[in-house]
Design a protein around this ligand. Structure first.
Ligand SMILES: Nc1ncnc2c1ncn2[C@@H]1O[C@H](COP(=O)(O)OP(=O)(O)OP(=O)(O)O)[C@@H](O)[C@H]1O
Length: 503
């Protein structure tokens, strides 16, 4: 049954959000949202890009104050609480970017969140021993250098750090980004164990299956309003969740898969050697979408980055459109000049420019192509900007809005729009829908599909099994820098990919 959260006796709820609103000038990010979170539960927070999830958890964790309403923790209303006050009260926000100091040990990293006590005194020796104890059973060696830890260990470390600092309510903002299927399972088991010890989690995700798998309750935001939710996740289906998120049913995208066997290739790679890459040959036909996947370090991502000149190629050639093979690009600029475009999965570092407008961001990479003798063709530029602003469904008043006022998912759409606007011959997209909501995900896959039908070859690097199955013609599974297995046609299925991933 879908319902608004029922009132419950105070003791059952560790945290209550009461009638919370937030305005940014003319933008209303939250409108009178009320949510009650049960002690020792995992509470999912779901919603489209720009629905208000980050704003809500920002308020709960004291990053900024609400424009109206209040947060009640353990029955006590908190007024004017900043991050430090909320952390002292036991509420911690763990973001994807939560800081880990690579040259310090895992145990030392746990201590980073410790505030000295009132007399400015910290007993480091005892803390070190306590930190080591906290890491017991987590699979993380307290003495291990944090820089050497893999993605899931880093997530665990961030969660343990919050707990070590006294965290009782831990907010995880899209913690599964960049994790493999197996890692996600490890993280969820870890969360369940901590939950059994009484920790409460608020868990933001764009994946229905994750919410259904790990959460006990869910709240769904839509356009800053609480669209609904349930205190009994077992009673909900994925379709109901999508409908709450979107306010309508969801039509899942499925590409009409095509066989490109026997076609003359548009792009050919030969003898590519780079760090983590040793690939003899790969041909991609015009209009073909090839998925690259594999465990971290297996070569899928590394090969894609080498093609774009982001990783150094020690050897290897590329031939595009029947031209003579040439050495692989030495830098992104060279790759770009050959007609290759690349969407990075690290949008923050290699992606958008925050203070610039959406429009300038979209036009940025394709500008040289539209400027004649140094003059920018403004009309052509604004046409392209409008086209991609619309096509990507970017949630902002106008293309003139600054990128850093957008929600995370909308910033990613800007980056994808910019890459598409370069009209490449080979498009490489790395985790193209990461952080993007389920509705827009369908749109993004549709846009890439449409682009491929104009003859563009596409490489889609992804750890999202569902996306690979629904959007590609062929899937290359990488291992030790080479393609271990290729799936085509009827062999492409979630089941098959899962089995292969475990092999
Ligand atoms: N500093 C700001 N100035 C103006 N508008 C803002 C600011 N921060 C957020 N907003 C707006 O508030 C709304 C809610 O954004 P929020 O980041 O909370 O969404 P979200 O649900 O976390 O989305 P996503 O899934 O994309 O991360 C959006 O319309 C966003 O553009």
């Amino acid at each position: 049954m879908l319902h608004q959260h029922q009132p419950m006796p105070e003791g059952d709820h560790i945290l209550k959000v009461e009638d919370v609103s937030k305005r940014y000038g003319p933008v209303i990010a939250l409108r009178g949202v009320s949510i009650a979170v049960k002690r020792g539960s995992i509470h999912g927070l779901l919603g489209e890009n720009g629905a208000g999830k980050s704003t809500l958890v920002g308020i709960i964790s004291g990053q900024f104050p609400p424009s109206g309403g209040r947060i009640v923790l353990n029955g006590t209303p908190l007024a004017h609480a900043d991050v430090r006050a909320m952390e002292e009260a036991g509420v911690f926000l763990v973001t994807q970017e939560s800081m880990i100091i690579d040259h310090m040990s895992a145990a030392e990293n746990l201590m980073l969140g410790i505030w000295p006590n009132r007399r400015g005194f910290v007993n480091w020796r005892r803390l070190t021993a306590d930190a080591a104890r906290m890491l017991e059973g987590s699979g993380i060696d307290p003495k291990a250098r944090a820089g050497k830890l893999d993605a899931v260990a880093r997530r665990k470390l961030n969660i343990l750090r919050a707990m070590f600092s006294g965290g009782k309510v831990i907010i995880l903002d899209e913690p599964t980004a960049a994790l493999t299927v197996a890692d996600r399972r490890v993280l969820f088991d870890f969360m369940r164990r901590l939950k059994a010890d009484g920790v409460t989690f608020i868990f933001i995700s764009h994946y229905n299956d994750e919410i259904l798998d790990v959460c006990d309750a869910v709240s769904v935001l839509r356009d800053g309003l609480l669209a609904g939710g349930s205190d009994d996740i077992g009673a909900m289906t994925s379709e109901q969740l999508s409908e709450l998120v979107l306010g309508r049913g969801l039509a899942l995208f499925q590409r009409e898969r095509q066989s490109h066997e026997g076609k003359a290739p548009l792009v050919s790679f030969r003898g590519v050697v780079a760090k983590h890459v040793d690939l003899a040959a790969l041909d991609i036909a015009p209009g073909e979408i090839v998925g690259f996947t594999g465990l971290p370090g297996a070569g899928a991502k590394e090969f894609a980055r080498t093609i774009f000149g982001l990783n150094v190629a020690e050897a290897g050639t590329i031939a595009i459109g029947g031209a003579e093979p040439v050495p692989l690009p030495r830098a992104p600029r060279d790759a770009f000049d050959t007609g290759i475009a690349y969407l990075s999965d690290d949008r923050r570092r290699e992606g958008s420019v925050g203070q610039m407008s959406i429009g300038d961001n979209i036009a940025m990479s394709s500008l040289p192509a539209r400027s004649r003798a140094g003059f920018i063709d403004k009309a052509a530029e604004s046409q392209v900007v409008d086209r991609y602003f619309q096509a990507m469904g970017i949630k902002a008043p106008t293309p003139q809005a600054a990128v850093d006022t957008l929600s995370g998912g909308n910033q990613q759409k800007v980056c994808l729009g910019r890459v598409l606007a370069t009209e490449p011959r080979l498009l490489i997209v790395d985790e193209p829908t990461r952080g993007i909501d389920i509705g827009v995900k369908q749109d993004v896959l549709r846009i890439i599909d449409r682009l491929s039908r104009t003859g563009v070859a596409v490489i889609m690097v992804s750890t999202d099994t569902d996306e690979l199955v629904r959007a590609t013609d062929r899937i290359c599974i990488f291992e030790h820098g080479a393609i271990r297995e290729t799936l085509t046609g009827a062999d492409i299925s979630t089941e098959r990919l899962r089995r292969t991933a475990q092999a």
